[in-house]
Design a protein around this ligand. Structure first.
Ligand SMILES: NC(=O)c1ccc[n+]([C@@H]2O[C@H](COP(=O)([O-])OP(=O)(O)OC[C@H]3O[C@@H](n4cnc5c(N)ncnc54)[C@H](O)[C@@H]3O)[C@@H](O)[C@H]2O)c1
Length: 356
């Protein structure tokens, strides 16, 4: 088994990646260097984890003793940094959102095709005992067809959260609560319910003194004929995430843990007693799977060892960006937007281009 040497760029949530995954999976990974422009952050993390510290992204990615570069910088830097990491021959991991347009995602797909390394976007909510059990029940074909889903991201953010200069700005954050927060549960909903064929979205900035949306809702059509509703808000006094999905024979409901949607046990219900027993059996088999960053990075290590594609790929990020593209266009035009977008659709240039 190879131990992959990791560099982490950006030490806000990057510190969480280290705590939950890079420093907690010895033998699989070794944290070699952390990089941040903020001296206090990089020195504190380096001291805690006994690794090197740097403030120079280019120098870090040029090193020949690094296998994986984990990009946890503010959103507007992601596309250029991923391209640089892939061009340097390393595997790139990138926090969400990967990009702000389907055109950019296409550029990253081409960059990955030409690269020695692979690109894995972060969608850590897919990992956990609840999500794994649902995935397996659906894959076994016993849930039946998807009918309807509700995805709720009701979080609380105070004014201090938005003091961080990139937050709340279109140019640097690339979007509001739909792009930054609800993207996780939407990814999970689409991963389990199937491809989206249409979105009608509404959004507003109702509470925070920011440029981006803090309140949003959407009606989703799935290609299967199923339907979904979405609500997201960063000023909810009660803070929770919740995904409910009704399939023909089985329904699934997450816990209310705001930041660990994949965590079990989910409430998995079947009226047929034999089917309920099979669902319970699968859920019990999945009870110990690692969640969040530990789950995603463990699955990444397995994929690297097997020469298989990463557990979350650029195609998954493309679906998330397509969803956001449709949502923002719909909210701006007050009309439903169909997916997939045509290859020559100008909306592929992204919602920032459209907003200008
Ligand atoms: N998956 C999740 O659950 C999750 C949670 C929080 C944030 N995020 C995402 O992670 C990213 C970072 O968010 P955050 O909350 O950690 O932000 P943050 O502002 O707290 O941290 C970003 C860090 O990047 C550093 N940085 C900026 N430019 C740099 C450069 N060129 N080289 C080195 N360091 C640089 C900054 O100094 C800062 O310390 C965002 O894209 C955000 O959406 C994901």
């Amino acid at each position: 088994m190879k131990t992959y040497r990791v560099a982490v760029i950006g030490l806000g949530v990057g510190r969480g990646h280290i705590e939950e995954a890079w420093a907690s999976l010895p033998g699989k990974f070794e944290l070699a260097v952390v990089c941040d422009l903020d001296r206090e952050r990089r020195e504190s993390v380096a001291e805690t984890y006994g690794c090197e510290a740097s403030d120079d992204f280019d120098a870090v990615i040029a090193r020949d003793d690094i296998d994986i570069v984990d990009i946890c910088t503010p959103p507007a830097l992601h596309v250029a940094q991923v391209k640089a990491v892939l061009a340097a021959g390393k595997h790139a991991i990138c926090e969400k959102p990967l990009a702000a347009s389907l055109d950019e995602v296409g550029e990253l797909e081409r960059a990955e095709e030409e690269a020695r390394g692979v690109l894995m976007p972060v969608f850590q909510y897919r990992f956990g005992s609840g999500a794994m059990a649902a995935r397996r029940i659906i894959d076994e074909g016993i849930a039946g067809k998807p009918l309807v889903a509700t995805a709720e991201t009701h979080w609380f953010r105070d004014a201090a959260y938005f003091d961080n200069p990139w937050r709340g700005t279109l140019k640097a954050e690339l979007g509001g609560t739909m792009t930054t927060h609800a993207i996780h549960i939407h990814d999970m909903m689409c991963w389990l319910m199937g491809p989206v064929s249409g979105v009608f979205g509404r959004m507003a900035t109702r509470v925070h003194a920011i440029e981006t949306e803090d309140t949003a809702s959407a009606s989703v059509a799935f290609a299967s004929g199923a339907m979904g509703s979405i609500s997201a808000c960063t000023a909810s006094q009660d803070e929770f995430s919740r995904l409910f999905m009704a399939f023909e024979h089985v329904s699934f409901e997450t816990t209310r843990a705001p930041y660990a949607v994949g965590r079990g046990p989910w409430t998995i219900t079947a009226r047929d007693p034999d089917l309920q027993a099979r669902c319970d059996e699968i859920a019990a088999e999945c009870a110990e799977v690692p969640e969040r960053f530990a789950g995603q990075m463990t699955a990444f290590h397995e994929a690297l060892e097997a020469g298989a594609p990463p557990p979350v790929g650029v195609g998954d990020a493309r679906d998330a960006i397509a969803f956001l593209t449709a949502f923002y266009r719909s909210a701006a035009t007050r009309s439903e937007v169909a997916l997939p977008l045509a290859q020559d659709d100008p909306a592929r240039a992204g919602w920032l281009a459209a907003a200008e």
